[in-house]
Design a protein around this ligand. Structure first.
Ligand SMILES: Nc1nc2c(ncn2[C@@H]2O[C@H](COP(=O)(O)OP(=O)(O)OP(=O)(O)O)[C@@H](O)[C@H]2O)c(=O)[nH]1
Ligand SMILES: [Mg+2]
Length: 684
């Protein structure tokens, strides 16, 4: 990569991330307008932005997937990846991040969004992505803005560095001072800010703020520290070099101010990116791509477009890509590129070969998935990074509204999963259900909308079936005799079973103790088969577990006995015997681990007791200051929509993981209701 002083040149790829609704898509729009990629700046309210152009995003007025747009600023190409803020769509961001040069974290001066900000910064810190904050909606802020760093710093592990301070007219913010340039500007709506003299109160505040910016920089630069101690003015170039170096190495997180709706602060943001953000050479190095001739690309997102078929949005990390380039993933051949496209939201434009640093969409890489590391040719390379989706927290069963669409649903689901790997599908054979597992209500709702809007399959959703079982509390010795004499050949099978409860988790055990051949050997497997079959539906309507059935006696008929007759006899014994064995419902209990900011821990407590949860303990969350872990045991039926309440009690940031623990007896009203519901659905 060419270096210009310390400035990276060439195509850049920048993620726009940040808490829900902080203004990322609006900022993308402002950047595209300011850099001339679009003639007029659209708005979320008017539904005409380049980002969020999908039907689902427009409808919900929020980002539900990444939007990618390339623009040119002062001779360099910049591709912006506008990421959804909702935690439910976090995988869109997480999967795209490895290949970006830097992230602009769009945030607000809102205490309630600090925990979300912390989550996002944490992701960037973990992935070692250089980042700067863009404090948006400055048009709505007032004089309390002085507390910016105090409010935001706890969310960031690296030190925040205020690059600009606001200037006021009365209580209104009307401009800013750039602390590196030492220049004052007043904001102009949808136009570049105007330079004004830096004087009076603004000059005093500038001196203090600038000193503290330099002090922060000097934490990582001994020479600068000496200059500050000796009261020597460091040269401006040195300050810019430090800003660039310390951003690139993620040592500091600079903070800029602005208003996306008014296009204020956008030019300064672009200039900061131009001068200070790293470029492809740093990013390739971060990912461990060795310089050379080999072509490397990383798949940030996979799409199935209505007309263009499958598209892979990739960042080219090394080499070049053209029509016809063949790629391999670490596991298999990915396919042959059919079309290289430049993206501007949902519109794409065919273009020529793409070089290292560029972010483009590639057509028809049929076997490439989001997150894949691609190499051109035949020689696969181990994955550069892997970003596993968060474990799912919410399930919903889906079925095609029309039976004829069953096959189509299967195909549509596989496309859906390719587009969003944080959704998974589980086939519950016992309940004949296709269950979608995902990250929250909105994500699953959007998934269903996509199935119908994009893939043409209308579906109906319902709550997934809970894995109830039943067992018995006492034993019985029960005879089962199947005898039929209808004209010619009859049917005869006769068994006596000793039925007993077994300890929890034993399943079903069959044994025999036949003496004197009262039941011939060859019929015994048929008896077992009949018993096992009968246990699929116990007296309460659920599969029966933890029972032993021992064949202890019986009789046969030389002509009329058969496999079928002994199967039926086994079934009869179970069918007649179990209702007398005090059947009882078993429900699955899960071990749930909730993570939440400490101030929400008390609320979690209350929430758990309302859901038959049994608290096992609390702990501070390791490595997460100000967070707790709450361990609970909870019935599966109560976990169903738990995430909805956990999120609402934690400003959207709480989450949990769960795993099956044991089956527990359930009696009383709740059990009666479950059994009654099962009976009525079986009758329907
Ligand atoms: N007053 C004001 N409102 C803004 C500004 N930027 C965005 N908004 C408004 O904030 C709301 C959310 O804007 P979006 O651009 O969709 O925010 P986002 O961060 O992309 O949202 P998600 O992607 O869903 O997280 C919209 O109503 C915008 O008009 C701003 O600078 N000032
Ligand atoms: Mg958005």
């Amino acid at each position: 990569m060419a270096q210009n002083g310390t400035r990276a040149t060439g195509p850049r790829c920048i993620a726009l991330v940040g808490p829900f609704q902080s203004g990322k898509t609006t900022l993308l729009e402002a950047i595209l307008a300011r850099s001339g990629a679009i003639a007029r700046q659209g708005s979320i309210e008017a539904g005409n932005t380049v980002g969020d152009a999908s039907k689902e995003a427009r409808h919900h007025r929020m980002s539900v997937e990444i939007s990618v747009a390339t623009t040119n600023f002062m001779g360099d190409d910049y591709t912006f990846i506008d990421c959804p803020g909702s935690i439910e769509f976090a995988h869109e961001m997480r999967a795209a991040l490895p290949a970006v040069d830097a992230a602009v974290v769009v945030c607000e001066l809102d205490e309630k969004k600090i925990a979300q900000l912390q989550l996002i910064l944490r992701e960037l810190e973990d992935q070692k992505i250089p980042r700067l904050l863009f404090l948006n909606k400055i048009d709505k802020a007032d004089a309390t803005i002085h507390d910016v760093l105090e409010l935001l710093q706890p969310a960031s592990r690296s030190k925040l560095l205020l690059r600009q301070i606001p200037t006021f007219s009365g209580d209104l913010i009307t401009g800013f001072v750039d602390l590196a340039l030492e220049r004052a500007f007043v904001y102009k709506e949808h136009a570049p800010s105007e330079v004004v003299p830096l004087e009076g109160d603004a000059l005093d505040r500038e001196k203090t703020a600038r000193f503290s910016m330099l002090e922060t920089l000097a934490d990582h630069d001994d020479q600068l520290m000496e200059q500050l101690l000796e009261d020597i003015q460091p040269p401006r170039d040195k300050i810019f070099d430090d800003l660039s170096k310390e951003l690139r190495e993620s040592l500091v997180c600079p903070v800029l101010l602005g208003s996306a709706t008014r296009t204020n602060g956008v030019l300064r943001l672009m200039k900061a990116l131009r001068h200070e953000s790293p470029g492809i050479a740093d990013t390739a190095k971060r990912l461990g791509v060795k310089p050379g001739n080999e072509t490397f690309a990383y798949v940030m997102k996979t799409l199935h477009t209505a007309h263009g078929g499958k598209m892979s949005i990739v960042r080219i990390l090394n080499g070049q890509v053209n029509d016809g380039t063949t790629f391999v993933t670490p596991e298999r051949e990915a396919g042959r590129v059919a079309g290289v496209f430049k993206l501007l939201g949902q519109s794409n434009e065919k273009r020529g070969a793409a070089q290292a640093g560029e972010t483009v969409a590639l057509g028809k890489l049929d076997h490439a998935n989001t997150g894949d590391s691609l190499t051109a040719g035949k020689q696969a390379h181990p994955p550069l990074v892997t970003v596993a989706p968060y474990p799912p927290v919410l399930a919903s069963a889906v079925a095609a509204k029309e039976r004829k669409d069953d096959v189509k649903l299967g195909q549509a689901l596989s496309k859906l999963l390719e587009e969003d790997p944080s959704i998974s599908v589980v086939h519950n054979a016992e309940a004949h259900e296709v269950v979608l597992w995902g990250q929250g209500e909105m994500q699953l709702r959007v998934a269903v909308e996509r199935l119908s809007d994009r893939f043409g399959v209308a579906t109906a959703s319902h709550k997934p079936t809970v894995g109830y079982r039943e067992t018995i509390k006492k034993g019985i010795v029960q005879r089962g005799r199947h005898k039929k004499q209808s004209g010619g050949h009859g049917q005869y099978g006769d068994v006596v079973l000793d039925i007993k409860p077994l300890p929890r988790g034993s399943g079903f055990v069959f044994a025999e103790e036949i003496k004197g051949g009262v039941v011939p050997r060859n019929y015994i497997p048929s008896v077992e088969e009949g018993v096992a079959d009968a246990l699929k539906h116990g007296p309460l309507g659920f599969p029966v577990v933890d029972v032993a059935a021992k064949l202890i006696d019986g009789s046969y008929h030389t002509v009329d006995s058969s496999d079928m007759a002994f199967q039926l006899a086994g079934r009869l014994a179970i069918h007649d015997g179990l209702p007398q064995c005090h059947p009882v419902l078993l429900e699955p209990i899960y071990q749930v681990e909730i993570v939440c900011p400490s101030e929400a821990t008390a609320k979690m407590n209350a929430l758990m007791s309302g859901r038959r949860g049994q608290i096992l303990g609390f702990d501070t969350r390791e490595g997460w200051e100000g967070w707790d872990v709450v361990r609970v045991q909870m019935p599966e039926s109560e976990i169903g929509d738990l995430i909805v309440e956990v999120r609402s009690a934690t400003a959207g940031v709480g989450s949990f993981t769960f795993k099956f623990d044991h089956m527990a007896e359930l009696t009383g009203r709740t059990a009666d209701q479950i059994v009654a519901a099962r009976k009525s659905s079986a009758a329907a």
